[in-house]
Design a protein. Structure first.
Length: 561
């Protein structure tokens, strides 16, 4: 009989219900306003953010390998989606959103199914730091219109901010005051026992102030109800649009990558109760399934949320039930209090979003990257600038390409060759590789770094020149290298030919079975000569010593090998 699943065990263990119910309720109360704000960032109706919490969050919890991972709306995903959705006409935005989120999910599921979680390692920390910092700045600047009541005709967030600041005479001072009050209350309450509820309390207090101002003074502070009729909305099935698929393909892949990278950070920061880290590929699948379900429900993109995960854990979550209960509580609020949500002040939501943007900026990460090395610094600044001036879906692609280029460049320069000179007792001492070979001498060379295509040029230039040497041997130690790039193998071929011009030869020592098979399949075994290949053995140094003895013996002879 099969063992019960973790979720089944959690359901059966009634002792875990109370802490998980409390954690789910805490998450719901804190994230209801945030999810609405995220929907505004995505340029759609605020309640669409709640649909994500109701559907995507519990569905993701059922599938994920990470027990505590909270899969919900995030600022980065919302801003990226908003940059895509805003290009569509108002009547088409819901369909575009459904199609986009559905495609994001399919992309993530494919990566998970094909076990491609390891690809996240190729996006550098410097690139992600620059990207997330740029997104944070865009989030803050993107809320200035709702905060000040000033509408700008510019699309770029930096241009919008400059336009608003230069048109101070149009400033809605009452709106600005409500937004600033929200920000102030969040930071003040964050230092008290009410810190988990600081955002919702600040939102409610500031909205009450706005309602009173509109009622008794001047009704010019915009409310959620002015931009969305929440009372008439409910969960329903939405289908993606096939004609939009091609147009949204690149944005879906880009935004999917953002969510996956965020999810990797969550799974690494919050290990499972048994102390083990989760299966990254399965977490990819979980986020994909969550987005497919959330997209069909009309929700905005969801991904691994570090703040959401931290909240449910700190609120006492003991299993994935906490995230399932969170969705249930949000649904109850939407059903019972939908009309009341319309009374939330838009400047208050803007203030909440600005705080979320500020919290996304990680000075410690920026400082670590800045002081790491010049390459990391340039990567971070380049990605940051790209994020500010380009649509986010393309900025992500640029970031991935830059990460891969940086990896290739690093690998190309990481190869280093040294000569091993045997001292008395057979102890090798490292030294620089000679520029030219010496006749009737065995030059032992060991390599540090990658031997794949990016390093081929550096590797070839580092090999000693045969020159006029006669009957010389170059001995390469290859222990611990199960495979060599095809480009480097061509370097081997050229070098063997150059050596043979004056009766010199190449010997390979420490060749394991996999590499031997590769040499055989590519014809390099015949080029180098099977007698010049010394397979590795369990005894470290045995193959190298045997190769040295054979090489020295060969240098004493005359004529061709």
């Amino acid at each position: 009989m099969a063992n019960p699943s973790p979720i089944t065990n959690s359901i059966r263990d009634r002792k875990t219900w109370a802490p998980n119910l409390l954690a789910g309720l805490t998450f719901a109360l804190v994230n209801i306003p945030q999810a609405m704000a995220h929907a505004l960032m995505a340029a759609v109706n605020p309640i669409y953010g709640l649909y994500t919490l109701i559907v995507a969050t519990p569905v993701g919890a059922l599938v994920s390998s990470a027990t505590f991972m909270n899969i919900s709306s995030t600022s980065a995903l919302s801003v990226a989606a908003g940059g895509v959705i805003v290009a569509f006409a108002s009547d088409d935005r819901t369909t575009a959103l459904v199609t986009l989120v559905f495609m994001i999910g399919i992309f993530q599921i494919l990566l998970g199914v094909f076990k491609l979680g390891m690809l996240s390692r190729f996006i550098s920390y410097a690139v992600m730091t620059g990207f997330m910092t740029g997104v944070a700045v865009l989030i803050i600047l993107g809320q200035l219109e709702d905060l000040t009541g000033v509408n700008s005709s510019y699309d770029n967030k930096i241009a919008q901010a400059a336009d608003i600041l230069l048109n101070g005479e149009e400033m809605g001072w009452a709106s600005l005051a409500v937004g600033l009050l929200t920000i102030l209350l969040i930071y003040v309450l964050a230092k008290t026992r009410l810190r988990y509820f600081s955002m919702i309390i600040a939102l409610l207090v500031a909205s009450i102030v706005a309602l009173m101002y509109n009622e008794f003074l001047d009704p010019n502070i915009q409310l959620v109800g002015d931009v969305a009729d929440l009372g008439k909305l409910g969960l329903s099935l939405h289908l993606p649009s096939l004609p939009m698929v091609l147009e949204l393909l690149v944005p879906a892949i880009s935004i999917g990558i953002i969510g996956l990278v965020q999810g990797v950070g969550v799974s690494q920061a919050f290990p499972n109760p048994d102390g083990k880290f989760s299966d990254v590929s399965r977490d990819f699948t979980a986020q994909g399934v969550a987005n497919v379900a959330g997209g069909l429900a009309g929700g905005i993109p969801a991904g691994g949320s570090s703040s959401g995960t931290a909240l449910v854990v700190s609120a006492g979550a003991t299993s994935r039930l906490a995230n399932i209960f969170a969705g249930v509580f949000v649904a109850i609020v939407v059903v019972l209090l939908g009309n009341q949500v319309e009374k939330i002040a838009m400047p208050a939501l803007a203030g909440l979003v600005i705080v979320a943007g500020i919290q996304m900026i990680n000075p410690e990460s920026i400082q670590r990257v800045w002081h790491n090395n010049p390459v990391s610094r340039v990567l971070m600044l380049l990605t940051f600038a790209t994020t500010l001036v380009m649509p986010l879906q393309y900025a992500v692609i640029v970031g991935v390409v830059v990460s891969l280029l940086a990896f290739v460049l690093q690998q190309s320069s990481s190869i280093r060759l040294v000569e091993w000179r045997l001292q008395e007792g057979g102890i090798p001492v490292e030294g620089p590789v000679p520029e030219q070979l010496t006749s009737r001498h065995v030059t032992m060379i060991y390599m540090y770094g990658s031997l794949f295509f990016a390093a081929a040029d550096t590797f070839e230039k580092s090999l000693p020149d045969p020159g006029d040497a006669h009957r010389a041997v170059v001995l390469l130690g290859l222990r611990g290298r199960p495979e060599i790039g095809s480009t480097v193998l061509e370097v081997f071929r050229r070098y063997v030919n150059a050596l043979s011009q004056n009766d010199n030869k190449l010997i390979l020592a420490g060749v394991d079975e996999t590499l031997m098979d590769q040499l055989t399949r590519t014809g390099m075994l015949q080029v180098i000569g099977e007698e010049n290949i010394f397979p590795t053995t369990p005894v470290i140094g045995e193959a190298m010593n045997a190769a040295v003895l054979a090489g020295r013996e060969w240098t004493k002879g005359d004529g061709p090998a």
